[in-house]
Ligand binder design. Structure first.
Ligand code: ADP
Ligand code: ZN
Length: 537
């Protein structure tokens, strides 16, 4: 180890050049590196492929001591450490897959000050022995990767992350960084609070991935739609088989992964399955074929792809509705990391929604927790049902304002709409009446029951069948109404309040009630009888 180069105190740009061979820092990288080398904390929100790694690796090399990297992705640690060692960096990891000898060697190297970077899984870091080991050596920086996992209400909560806030007291004076490629403004606030980073400088890169084209369509014949999507990508990439585009197809269940892979192979597409239930050697072989060979289509559960560094993935397809916009953004973000044009496509159906609502109902957790899951699902459906630009909707979800992109399906081919003004007025005036006449507020389900003239116990008990708006919305199905509500929520014509998501008016509601603002709603949404192509699931 002594033969390795020492970068302590060196100019960060020279380190970047010597270790990675890059000429210059990208966008915010130089500022982040300077902040941390100067001893300050940083919260880094940067999309996948943005270049987060060098922002903690360079400070770890330049500052005296070892950079601690907390990462939940044990499967990737090995590869990351190998790549660093190949670049002349003294890196190692501590995780549960290791033998005792290997672990001891790493611990000794750390205590001897012979490590530039040490990767640790969060569950390991929460053990007394690991903490005492770290305290006996010298840390240069603490980088917490995938920091959104600390968000209890986020899409990817990991309990082990909660204890990471204690690192602030245990290692005073060691600059800390939280990094993530997926954070809504609320999640970002939670990261700052829970990881104790009140004084951290925030670096927020644009979450836009302009080279990715977004497409979403209702399911009609899922397999046929998938094959024709893959063929369309193959055609734009050129008919030359040697340059066939690589892609990932995400499915929710293992069974569906295997069946879809079989089906695609039957169609002459070089598809392989990947899910946690396959034998380790099969998974390894399939993954290395995907990484090395041209044009392999990996059909996988979301277990696949975390940190897979394949820059030229030309498409990502979802044949099942993701559970959250964050998940969708993260999974689609695996396309086009090289910056070349790429397409992401999704087919969603009523069956997805029914299945996910059932999973939410049956999930362990209190009512607030289930509400949150329901909100994640609704945000996902709002993205599916938007008449506006998909990218705008997506970026807006992450708190970023933008213009229509010209590179998504709704921009390229504006969807058919119907005039939802009257429906919206019926709903809004029901909310107004309940509020004014009785001081009551309700969630979507009960409001829809009132509009459709349902005879539920709650309606009779509350006397809501006496309301002037009772039954005035019987022309639309329950599914139609749910879609109307989602679309109005997505456009902030309605707002959902409190833990129970009761619906209330917004600033934009007045214009709709007065009939001043048009309310075009998407026709090809779930459950609409007139939907083009239909959506029988
Ligand atoms: P993230 O962790 O944000 O997804 P990575 O750190 O893996 O991103 O970087 C994404 C890609 O960009 C990698 O292939 C990396 O080598 C490359 N990269 C990062 N920073 C630079 C830079 N300053 N110059 C050139 N390439 C860079
Ligand atoms: Zn667009």
């Amino acid at each position: 180890a002594t033969a390795r180069r020492d970068f302590t105190g060196r100019d960060p740009r020279e380190v970047l050049h010597e270790v990675y061979g890059y000429d210059r820092f990208r966008a915010d990288q130089a500022d982040i590196v300077a902040q941390v080398i100067g001893g300050g904390d940083a919260v880094v929100l940067m999309p996948t492929g943005g270049g987060k790694s060098v922002t903690y690796q360079v400070p770890a090399l330049v500052r005296p001591g070892t950079g601690l990297v907390v990462s939940p992705l044990i499967a990737l640690m090995h590869d990351q450490v190998e790549a660093l060692i190949a670049n002349g960096v003294r890196a190692a990891f501590l995780n549960s897959t290791q033998g005792a000898d290997e672990r001891r060697a790493t611990e000794q190297a750390y205590l001897a000050g012979e490590l530039d970077l040490l990767y640790v899984a969060p569950e390991r870091l929460n053990t007394a022995s690991a903490l005492s080991l770290l305290q006996r050596g010298k840390l240069s920086v603490i980088a917490i990767d995938e920091a959104h996992c600390v968000s209890q209400w986020g899409h990817d909560f990991r309990p082990d992350y909660l204890a990471l806030g204690d690192l602030a007291e245990r290692f005073p004076g060691v600059p800390r960084m939280a990094l993530t490629a997926t954070a809504t403004p609320a999640t970002a606030r939670e990261i700052v609070e829970r990881l104790q980073l009140p004084d951290a400088r925030r670096f927020v890169a644009s979450f836009d991935r302009p080279n990715i084209q977004y497409r979403i369509e209702p399911k009609v014949d899922q397999r046929r739609q998938l094959v024709s999507f893959i063929r369309s990508v193959q055609q734009t990439e050129g008919a030359d088989a040697s340059s066939a585009p690589a892609g990932i197809v995400y499915a929710l269940s293992r069974k569906s992964v295997e069946q879809t892979a079989d089906y695609l192979r039957g169609q002459g597409i070089d598809a392989l399955p990947y899910h946690a239930g396959l034998p380790t050697d099969v998974r390894a072989t399939n993954q290395s074929r995907f990484l090395r060979d041209d044009g392999v289509v990996m059909v996988a559960t979301i277990a696949f792809g975390m940190g897979i560094d394949k820059p030229d993935v030309r498409f990502v397809a979802h044949i099942d509705l993701p559970k959250s916009v964050e998940g969708y953004y993260q999974e689609t973000g695996r396309a086009g990391r090289d910056g070349e044009p790429s397409v992401v496509w999704m087919a969603y159906g009523l069956g997805d929604v029914v299945q996910q609502r059932r999973m939410i109902d049956q999930s362990p957790g209190d009512r607030t927790y289930k509400m949150r899951l329901g909100q994640h699902l609704d945000a996902m459906l709002a993205l599916c049902e938007t008449v506006a630009c998909r990218r705008q909707n997506l970026l807006d979800y992450f708190g970023e304002a933008s213009e229509p992109c010209g590179n998504c399906d709704t921009c390229l081919q504006p969807p058919e709409t119907w005039d939802g003004l009257v429906a919206a007025q019926k709903l809004l005036s029901t909310i107004v009446r309940l509020q004014r006449e009785r001081g009551q507020a309700f969630g979507a389900g009960h409001l829809i029951d009132i509009l459709r003239g349902a005879k539920t116990e709650r309606i009779t008990q509350q006397g809501h069948d006496k309301l002037a708006t009772y039954g005035i919305g019987a022309d639309l199905s329950d599914q139609d109404w749910r879609s109307v509500v989602r679309q109005l929520l997505a456009r902030q014509i309605l707002v959902a309040q409190g833990d129970y998501g009761t619906l209330a008016l917004s600033e934009a509601s007045g214009g709709v009630l007065r009939g001043e603002a048009p309310v075009p709603l998407r026709r090809d949404v779930l459950g609409r009888s007139g939907a083009s192509g239909g959506s029988r699931v």
